[in-house]
Design a protein around this ligand. Sequence first.
Ligand code: SF4
Length: 220
Amino acid sequence: MNFSNKIMNWYSKNKRNLPWRKTINPFHILISELMLQQTRVSHVVKYYSNFIQKFPTIEKVAESSEKNILKEWKGLGYYFRAKNLYNFAKLIYKKKFFPDRYHKLIKFKGIGPYTAAAVSSICFSEIVPAIDCNVVRVFSRYFGIHYDISKSLDRTNLSIMIKKIMDVKYPGLFNQAIMDLGATLCTFKKYQCFSCPINDFCFSKNNNVVDQFPKKNKKK
Ligand code: SF4
């Protein structure tokens, strides 16, 4: 089995049971990704379900008011995310066309590279890696990347590396599988390499240096 088969096979049996995993509705996925920015998954679950119940469509959000959207967001924090979502909904409602590619999504305020990649891969099968800190940790350990990947140029290089091994038929599931691996097995401290589906060729596991990755530049 190649890398992609192993990770997809593992994901099919071990994926986290999250409400936004049951849909490929781009607006719902966007809401989940915005809510997840800087916020714990367990905290988002309830807010996501309540929000979707009240505002199931772009129309419902666009026809509402910023005040109402903020009210529904209350308790999640980082309220600029709710404002961005509301403004996005109003623009898209007018255009009557949801941006279906990474380069289109990234033009909207509040949608960064990770969110654009998650939405375009999960909902529109675009072959683009979604790279957040979980994903950086998994791949820096797996490949044994000896430099800090926090800069955007380095992330572009990592993206090229990931594209070579990612599932081209189901890029969204592949991205979600890596996210789940980083959140459950390849965690910051309590990593569980013995249960990991990609442990056979993992550089850091095979060299017993897992705790040395990801590399961070020392602050001057
Ligand atoms: S083998 Fe260990 S370090 Fe390597 S990707 Fe899996 S959990 Fe992470």
